[in-house]
Design a binder for this molecule. Structure first.
Ligand SMILES: NC(=O)C1=CN([C@@H]2O[C@H](COP(=O)(O)OP(=O)(O)OC[C@H]3O[C@@H](n4cnc5c(N)ncnc54)[C@H](O)[C@@H]3O)[C@@H](O)[C@H]2O)C=CC1
Ligand SMILES: C[C@H](CCCC(C)(C)O)[C@H]1CC[C@H]2[C@@H]3[C@H](O)CC4=CC(=O)CC[C@]4(C)[C@H]3CC[C@]12C
Length: 365
């Protein structure tokens, strides 16, 4: 990618490119990366929507593969200039075993890193998570913090443990002096078109006669960021890693935009309200001790029922702690380091999400 090759077309690989975030990254690259020559989309499950992208000017290559299989990753990475690694097992509900979560999120990331090193790929952007920092097991608030805010990060749950380990692997590379330039992006709770949990809440509200019941105090802030802005941040970081390698290499960035600071439930109501739902109660209707009890009961039921069926409700001690602990970010690090500005205003993000909930929320899609 030297000066003489300004017009050189680049090969990008997006792992997890058919997931919620991955699809937005893929579409954003096609729209906003002028140097894109080939786009490889690597995922365990390929989406049918990829077919429509194959008719455009950029060569789109769909690769069905598993990040836990080093040879499959190496084959996909070979010849790619830039890798955006979003693939991951997002499970805080006990659907997958801790071993599987580790294999996909940690070993999978190690395979991606090693493939880049072996095949000479120089730029790697990793999708990390706010959960690498917290909320911690002690329930300490992280109130509008930034990447340098001191916080006691203590993890026990397999998902944050795996994301923290994977991010640590990224950092290790820089210390090792390898030619690979990496950075990690840490989204808070992502929302937007394709957000399954938002749709689940919508359907639950419809079943309950258009109502949802407040469980979390309105004063608990939970960080959220629009998927289009997270995707844009990935595309921009990937583009700028070359030019600003010395500054960006080995760095971590929270993903942020103009989304307001609210509780998890109040934030969801920004979209579900205009879709006809109502959040009942200005204070939690169920006492906290009862939620703690129900969450523990769910764990017991999950364990008892496991031989028969997978019982994985939204409420468990971990998700309750997540929703009930303030964790919000306020930072401009990505702006300072690589010129990131959100592409979508809060109003745009909100409208797009509402339209999506209205269009698909009630359907089986
Ligand atoms: N959803 C959220 O609120 C947040 C997500 N993240 C991170 O963003 C990334 C993307 O998450 P989402 O799009 O929400 O999840 P998702 O589940 O919609 O997407 C993940 C994609 O990875 C693929 N994948 C899973 N295991 C794989 C394997 N073994 N080999 C190849 N592909 C595999 C899945 O098929 C899926 O398409 C993850 O790394 C996650 O940890 C970070 C912060 C917040
Ligand atoms: C499902 C939780 C809300 C349940 C509320 C209750 C128990 C009262 O009904 C969600 C609350 C917080 C969410 C997580 C958070 O946004 C951060 C995340 C980061 C990631 O990297 C992956 C997703 C998630 C863990 C997200 C998952 C759903 C919540 C736990």
């Amino acid at each position: 990618m030297a000066d003489s090759a300004q017009a050189q077309k680049l090969v990008y690989l997006v792992t997890g490119g058919c997931g919620f975030l991955g699809e937005h990254v893929v579409r954003m690259l096609l729209q906003r990366e002028p140097r894109l020559g080939e786009l490889r989309v690597f995922d365990l499950h390929l989406g049918p929507w990829l077919e429509e992208l194959k008719t455009g000017p950029v060569r789109v290559t769909a690769i069905q593969g598993d990040v836990t299989q080093a040879h499959e990753v190496a084959a996909a990475v070979a010849g790619a200039h830039v890798v955006i690694h979003t693939a991951g097992l997002v499970d805080v509900f006990g659907r997958a075993s801790p071993k599987t979560i580790h294999e996909v999120n940690v070993q999978g990331t190690r395979n991606v890193i090693e493939a880049c090193v072996q095949t000479g790929t120089r730029f790697l952007v990793y999708t990390s998570s706010m959960e690498v920092v917290g909320p911690n097991t002690k329930g300490h608030p992280f109130y509008r913090g930034n990447e340098d805010t001191p916080y006691e990060a203590v993890h026990r749950h397999p998902y944050p443990c795996s994301k923290a380990l994977a991010e640590w692997l990224m950092g290790l590379l820089v210390c090792g002096g390898l030619p690979l330039v990496t950075c990690a992006l840490r989204p808070t709770g992502i929302y937007g078109e394709g957000h399954q949990i938002m749709r689940d809440f919508y359907r639950q509200g419809l079943r309950l006669g258009g109502r949802l019941f407040r469980a979390i105090p309105a004063s608990v802030e939970h960080g959220r960021v629009y998927v289009g802005n997270v995707a844009w941040m990935h595309v921009l970081a990937a583009r700028e890693l070359e030019r600003r390698a010395a500054r960006m290499g080995g760095q971590v960035y929270f993903c942020y935009d103009g989304s307001p600071y609210k509780s998890y439930e109040d934030f969801n109501m920004e979209f579900l309200g205009p879709c006809g739902l109502r959040l009942v109660g200005t204070r939690p209707l169920v006492p906290y001790w009862l939620l703690v009890f129900l969450a523990a009961l769910n764990v017991l039921l999950q364990w008892l029922l496991r031989p028969l069926l997978l019982y994985a409700p939204l409420l468990n001690p971990y998700t309750l702690a997540m929703a009930n602990t303030t964790f919000t970010v306020s930072t401009d690090k990505a702006q300072r380091h690589f010129g990131y500005e959100p592409l979508f205003s809060w109003e745009d993000s909100r409208t797009r999400t509402i339209l999506w909930v209205q269009a698909t929320g009630g359907s089986a899609q």
